[in-house]
Design a protein around this ligand. Sequence first.
Ligand code: URA
Length: 202
Amino acid sequence: MASNKQQLLDRIAAQIVADKVTPELAASATQLVFGIGNPDADIVFIGEAPGKNEDLKGKPFVGASGKFLDEMLASVALVRDDIYITNIVKYRPPNNRDPLPAEKKAFLPYLQAQLEVIAPKVLVTLGRHSSNCFLPDLQISKDHGQPKRIRLAFHADPSQVLEVVILPLYHPAAALYNGGMRQTLMDDFSQIPHILQKITSK
Ligand code: URA
C-alpha cells in the first residue's frame, strides 16, 4: 500500500499539472518527471531537469548520468531505495538546454512542498543550478564537497523549520567524460556516509 507520504507526494505532482506550471515546457515534454524513491529517506538528491531518457521514462536519472550516479551510490553502499531523487525543473527543457531562471523559480514551491513531506536530513544538490537554489552565492567550482547546514522554513507555516545539511556536488553529467572532475565528484561523494551517520546519530 502507498504510504501516507507517497499519497501527499502524488498530490503535489497532480497539483503541478493542475496549476499548469511552465506550460511551454509541459507542451514540449513527453510527461512530468516528478521524483522517485523512498519517501521516508534521510537523504534527497536534487538534479537540474530531466533529459531525453528521463522524459521518455518519467523517472529522474535513468540515462548515462543516472548510471554514473548508481555507481557512486554503490561506492557508499547505498541503493536507490535508500534515497529519494528529483530535479528542480520537472519537465525536460527542449534540446536539454539549461533551465531558465523563471522555470526554476516556477518549480521552487513544489520542490519545497516535496521536501516538507519527505523531511530529509541531508540534501545532495547535483550541479550549480540545484545548489544555487538553496545557496544563491555558491560557486560550485569553489564550494563543491563542502557541507553546509541550512534551515528551510515551511511555506504554509514559517514557524516550522526543516534543518538540513546540504552537500553541493558537481553534476554527474559534467564529470562523465572528465577524469579529473569524475574523481573529485567521487571523493566528494565519499563523505556521504559520514554526514549521514553524524546527523542521524543525534
Ligand atoms: N540530469 C539531471 O539533472 N536530471 C536528470 O534527471 C537527468 C539528468
